[in-house]
Write a protein that binds this ligand. Structure first.
Ligand code: PXL
Length: 279
């Protein structure tokens, strides 16, 4: 596949920020985002929103970072280093979502807010909660309206819109319902439509639908897949790609990362951006 343009040694690459949770197992969350950023040649910056205690079998606990620390990390980086795109992942609580949204609105007013990809992480692949259910309203009402793109999986679509996506028609309904919540674009990932041998994702901007189809890579080792797709898409947005082109790029990247996924521990292993080192 074609990758993103690299900046010459000694010259600052584009900066992309992840506002997300840490995964002690290194497979998902901030660790997955930073791996994708590095291997795509952008400089990753971080606002840590939560720290999870987890391994390949499940999430045992998590700790929320104080809201002023989450907001402070974003502002400190945006004011000085400058960011060309950002993505959110695990935000844990309505208080953290509120602080991220308030910071983002302020940065927007100051001309410092770049495109924002909101990956509304609600649970781990094992079903362990990563967002308090009471925070769904804040996700819908505060963060979605600030998003350039939202990227829920089908479980998250159900929690956020109440729509159970089972086929192409309900996938369209879900994209429309997500778009009414305020993001410029909504992507409904079809990767969990288990009936299909393909992984059809649907993108909607309120007028046009764009479909992205890829071969389904059938692997139990897909920890961090959603994070990696959002991180790669944000990296392409930092380069000035249009949203459909950035999603197409992200989709090609995650397909290769799924192909390179490896077993780890006794449970589910992670998708792997390390394939890039061999290409
Ligand atoms: O893949 C979603 C995700 C995001 N962020 C963190 C996670 C997970 C899944 O387990 O642990 C920190």
């Amino acid at each position: 596949m074609n990758f993103l343009p690299l900046s010459p040694p000694g010259q600052a690459p584009l900066r992309v920020m992840t506002i997300a949770g840490s995964d002690s197992g290194g497979g998902a969350g901030i660790q997955a985002d930073m791996r994708t950023f590095a291997l795509l040649g952008v400089h990753g910056c971080v606002s840590v929103a939560a720290v999870t205690v987890q391994n390949s079998v499940g999430v045992k606990a998590f700790h929320e970072i104080p809201v002023d620390v989450v907001a402070g990390q974003i502002r400190a980086v945006a004011e000085d280093i400058g960011i060309q795109a950002a993505k959110t992942g695990m935000l844990a609580s309505s208080e953290i979502i509120g602080a991220v949204a308030e910071t983002w609105r302020d940065l927007y007013a100051e001309g410092l807010a770049p495109p924002l990809v909101v990956d509304p992480v609600c649970a781990s692949m094992h079903g362990d909660p990563l967002l308090h259910p009471s925070a769904l309203d804040a996700m819908r009402n505060e963060l979605f309206p600030l998003a350039t793109l939202v990227t829920p999986n089908l479980d998250e679509v159900l929690l956020i819109t109440g729509i159970e996506v089972v086929d192409a028609t309900t996938q369209r309904d879900a994209a429309k319902a997500l778009h009414t919540l305020g993001p410029k674009w909504a992507l409904v990932k079809g990767g969990h439509l288990r009936s299909s041998s393909h992984s059809p994702d649907l993108l909607f901007d309120g007028t046009d639908f764009h479909e992205f189809d890829a071969e389904r890579i059938d692997t139990p080792h897909d920890h961090g897949a959603g994070d990696t797709l959002a991180a790669a898409t944000a990296s392409a947005l930092a380069h000035g790609y249009s949203v459909p082109d950035a999603v197409a790029f992200g989709k090609r990247w995650i397909t290769e990362c799924l192909r390179a996924a490896y077993p780890l521990g006794r449970g589910h292993g992670p998708v792997s951006a390390l394939f890039r080192l061999a290409t």
